[in-house]
Design a protein around this ligand. Structure first.
Ligand code: SF4
Ligand code: SF4
Length: 331
């Protein structure tokens, strides 16, 4: 007896109006009809003849076509029913040993950050992902001065967002930015006259104007993240704020730079380590999409980023999301 088995990394998700399969290995999703979702979940691991008993005869052809599509496009495979135990579902537990794994550091022309102290503390916290955002022009030579403080640290990925200026590419070349700092993931240039990519996609020009931290939080299909880490984290925690610490442009230590309260100030001697260890600091971390109004009915809830800064109340859908899961349309 053979049954169809979805690959463990291909997970069906139900929304109010639409249904998808999240392919966490190929970082993509496909829309599927409601009946296929039902076949893959309610009738999971059943023989095809038994599945067909639940539907009218005129639908049998479609059921065969669905399985043919899934097999041909490598979403799963046929196996003997006795073999199923050898192919367990993905474990959706989320475990991470670090207290903090991502940090935002905001800069504007008035910022007086002690970068040595900030990066030392983040290093001791074993924070892996750093985002540096400058709202005003930050010349590449000045950026390098900041980045020297990240040398010999644990940081795996550094993302940089800076404002456009005319000689930026020359400065990147002259300062050997990408070869000197190999853990730079990407440099995004905002307020640029063009939308373009260069340096093998590491330099991204965007016309989007970013003036303050309030320009963050847009939800867009292009920003969806499909991987095991985000998918499993989204089952249990908030995908923006979990294990995040932010330093706003005035040095305030916050969950998100756009929040209007802080837990201390690095420039006034407060310790990031002490702040993040307080119970109060982690209060937003367990807010999952399954608890958020409207998002809980959205098929994208485990792959979409979240925003808790621009909301009417803390359990409301992000204001900067234009998707309506009840109609299945971006509005
Ligand atoms: S409704 Fe919620 S889960 Fe769906 S795309 Fe918008 S923010 Fe994401
Ligand atoms: S909560 Fe919103 S504004 Fe704050 S970092 Fe996350 S997406 Fe950006």
């Amino acid at each position: 007896m053979v049954v169809f088995k979805l690959f463990a990394c291909c997970i069906p998700v139900k929304g109010f109006a639409n249904y998808i399969i999240c392919d966490l290995q190929r970082a993509a999703f496909i829309n599927i009809p409601e009946v296929l979702y039902e076949i893959l979940t309610v009738h999971k691991n059943k023989e095809i003849s038994k599945i067909k008993h639940n539907y009218n005869k005129e639908n049998y052809r479609f059921i065969d076509e669905y399985f043919e599509y899934l097999e041909n496009n490598e979403y799963g495979f046929w196996c003997d029913i006795d073999e199923i135990k050898n192919f367990p579902d993905l474990n959706l537990k989320f475990e991470s040993s670090e207290l903090i794994n991502n940090a935002i550091i905001d800069i504007d022309k008035n910022s007086k950050h002690d970068y040595g102290k900030i990066f030392n503390e983040l290093n001791e916290l074993r924070c892996k992902f750093i985002e540096i955002r400058s709202f005003d022009i930050l010349r590449i030579c000045d950026l390098c001065e900041i980045l020297y403080h990240t040398n010999s640290k644990i940081f795996r990925n550094i993302d940089i967002i800076i404002k456009y200026y005319r000689d930026i590419e020359n400065d990147i070349n002259e300062n050997k930015l990408f070869s000197k700092f190999t853990n730079i993931n990407a440099v995004s240039i905002h307020s640029s006259p063009k939308n373009e990519k260069s340096f093998n996609g590491k330099l991204v020009y965007s016309k989007k104007v970013i003036k303050t931290c309030n320009d963050c939080g847009e939800i867009d299909i292009d920003k969806f993240t499909l991987n095991i880490d985000t998918f499993t984290e989204a089952q249990h925690f908030n995908t923006c704020l979990n294990k995040k610490v932010s330093i706003d442009s005035n040095g305030n230590i916050k969950n998100c730079p756009a929040f209007n309260y802080s837990y201390g100030n690095v420039n006034e001697g407060d310790s990031i380590r002490n702040v993040v260890r307080s119970q109060e600091f982690s209060r937003y971390w367990p807010i999952t999409k399954d608890q958020i109004q409207t998002c809980k009915d959205c098929e994208y809830r485990y792959i979409c980023s979240d925003c808790r800064a621009f909301v009417d109340s803390i359990f409301d859908k992000p204001k900067k999301c234009n998707y309506n899961p009840y109609t299945g349309k971006w509005e």
